[in-house]
Ligand binder design. Structure first.
Ligand SMILES: Cc1cc2nc3c(=O)[nH]c(=O)nc-3n(C[C@H](O)[C@H](O)[C@H](O)COP(=O)(O)O)c2cc1C
Length: 372
């Protein structure tokens, strides 16, 4: 058996072998609810976070333009420990206007990259020795606590942050089969208003979850429907900055149309939200069951394509003189990955999955680049 075989990671415990030790903050063998209750598990106490000069993001003061995207942080129990570890832009995982269950396990698997780049990736129980090379796939179904819980918890989270730290709250609608776009927009706006009232510095509308079968999963592909949604959100939140979480676009024209349509209405885009591919076992069985043969791939496998998308978005913003900020996401798990995105002129860089196994990444980045 290889020293870093996943079977040794029992209940998220630390594996120590000759060359490395990884502690997973999130236990993939436990339910989402159990993980939410338990909070992140770290191998060591928090190291000292370097002091960094203030900067701004979306016109708000921040200690760094380094953060965590919607996903790993479902409540204050998770957000505050990561804020303590120097991540300064914290995104509260997508919430809804009513409690919504998580899909059954598995929700998160490690995968091995394989070619072609849009072909299947395969579940693995053997991890690379360097955790920064990990790729994974998720299929949670955007679970949400009830608004009673999350509205209170957003208040608690906001109260626990330090000056120079920003709380983004990610929201989504919960449409029925017959919901009109206006009903979907109103549901988005309701969540956005509640989140703002509870203390969110920034609202993020998730227009792009690859792991839900219903309309809220791919709204960004329809620029006019997205405009209806964002228009209502804007009216509901007044001057609070609004980000739009989006995925990849089929053509440069559809990307351009989307950005032009959102200009003046949203303050920026957060991208990319995973890259959808088939997630299979080696014998061909879909890892998340037949209903979700494809799901979102994260981590190392999507870094390069994500940097390309961010570059394309920046070019479009410049050439069309648009007033949109970019929060870059996609496979950031080393200082070099942050550098790739800043070189592509992202305004902020958010990690999705890597803080699960590299919780001190913000500290590393701040040591190397206090100017970020
Ligand atoms: C556990 C987990 C849950 C996620 N849930 C959400 C979500 O609720 N809303 C959302 O917009 N993105 C969600 N994401 C996607 C991340 O925000 C991010 O786009 C993705 O992980 C790609 O970044 P990475 O390659 O750095 O992991 C989730 C990611 C993870 C790891």
């Amino acid at each position: 058996m290889r020293a870093n075989d996943l079977s040794l990671y029992f209940f998220g415990r630390c594996l120590v072998c000759d060359r490395m030790s990884i502690q997973f903050a999130y236990d993939i063998h436990q339910t989402w609810e159990a993980n939410c209750q338990r909070g992140p598990q770290f191998a060591e106490p928090c190291p000292v976070v370097p002091e960094t000069p203030m900067k701004s993001f979306l016109g708000l003061p921040v200690r760094s333009r380094i953060g965590i995207a919607a996903g790993l942080l479902p409540n204050s129990r998770w957000i505050l420990p990561y804020a303590e570890r120097g991540f300064d832009i914290l995104t509260y995982k997508t919430v809804r206007s009513a409690a919504h269950p998580c899909y059954p396990l598995p929700n998160w698997v490690f995968v091995e990259e394989s070619s072609p780049p849009d072909g299947p990736v395969f579940v693995t129980t053997t991890l690379p020795r360097d955790p920064a090379q990990i790729s994974s796939a998720v299929c949670f179904g955007m679970p949400s606590f009830s608004p009673e819980y999350w509205r209170d918890d957003v208040r608690r989270t906001r109260a626990g942050l330090q000056p120079g730290q920003l709380l983004i709250v990610s929201v989504v609608a919960t449409p029925h089969e017959t919901s009109s776009i206006y009903e979907i927009a109103d549901d988005f706006a309701r969540c956005a208003a509640w989140a703002t009232e509870a203390g969110a510095h920034v609202i993020e509308a998730n227009l792009s979850c690859p792991n839900v079968a219903s309309a809220e999963g791919s709204l960004y592909q329809d620029a006019s429907a997205s405009r209806t949604v964002v228009d209502r959100i804007r009216k509901a939140v007044g001057g609070t900055p609004v980000l739009l979480k989006i995925g990849t676009f089929g053509t440069p024209d559809s990307l351009r149309t989307f950005l032009r349509t959102m200009n003046g209405l949203a303050d920026g885009v957060t991208l990319v939200n995973c890259i959808r591919r088939p997630i299979l076992h080696r014998d061909g069985r879909p890892a998340f069951g037949p209903k979700f043969r494809t799901a979102g791939v994260l981590g190392r496998a999507i870094h390069e394509p994500s940097v390309s998308v961010v570059r394309a978005v920046r070019e479009c913003i410049e050439s069309d003189d648009l007033s949109l900020s970019i929060a870059a996401v996609g496979g950031t798990s080393t200082v070099r990955d942050f550098a790739d995105f800043f070189a592509a002129e992202a305004d902020a860089v958010l990690c999705g999955s890597a803080p699960m196994y590299r919780p001190n990444l913000a500290i590393e980045a701040k040591h190397a680049h206090p100017e970020w």
